[in-house]
Design a protein around this ligand. Sequence first.
Ligand SMILES: Nc1nc2c(ncn2[C@@H]2O[C@H](COP(=O)(O)OP(=O)(O)OP(=O)(O)O)[C@@H](O)[C@H]2O)c(=O)[nH]1
Ligand SMILES: [Zn+2]
Length: 219
Amino acid sequence: MQSPLSAAQLELSDTDRARLEKADGLVVEKYAEANLPTKHGKFRIVAFVNNLDFKEHIAIVNGDVAGKEAVPVRVHSECLTGDVFGSLKCDCGEQLDRALDVVADSELGIILYMRQEGRGIGLANKVKAYSLQDDGMDTVEANLHLGFDDDLRDYSVAAEMLRLLGPKSIELITNNPRKVEGLEAEGVEITERRALKVLPNPHNVRYLETKRKKSGHLL
Ligand SMILES: Nc1nc2c(ncn2[C@@H]2O[C@H](COP(=O)(O)OP(=O)(O)OP(=O)(O)O)[C@@H](O)[C@H]2O)c(=O)[nH]1
Ligand SMILES: [Zn+2]
């Protein structure tokens, strides 16, 4: 009988990891797929593996998207505090909820849930950035103070995930023009940008204003 796997082995098997590490160039693969009924609607969930960041990026898919034009797509960056704990410091949780509704209510749609927490700096560093914001910095100043660029996200893995799922073109649900440019630079055909409106609250109004003024978000 096989011995049980330890927690450290759970993410990827050694053989899978070694194979991905040896591969030349970017490799993104579908790893597993299943049904996922949710309060928003019924989806398929697809887990991917890749040899760039080795993170477990996810697609939530409604319908048979392969070969279809103008499929609604949200490329959502992980925000544990907003997506899971209902943080009011940002607009992520509300955006994710709305995007899930849009995708569930459309004939077809995809949410890519990218594990790019904190615009790529990770959760622990985002909490550091929040601590600097408690002392008066804005979201961009806090990142720069910690020695990071204001946005470290790479869109090559997301683009490859879309290629594997197979829509011919997409309508991207975002307020961030840099996301549109980043995906287009990776060869994704975007027929339209669809805005994602959220209501500001007293805790995120400065954050939203900084995103509009410093990061070019169309809010
Ligand atoms: N470093 C850092 N990351 C943050 C902060 N607040 C939210 N985030 C992260 O920002 C990411 C979301 O990016 P946003 O700039 O809000 O939005 P976007 O994804 O670029 O654009 P939309 O598609 O319109 O949502 C998530 O990964 C959050 O964890 C912050 O103060 N500092
Ligand atoms: Zn957030």
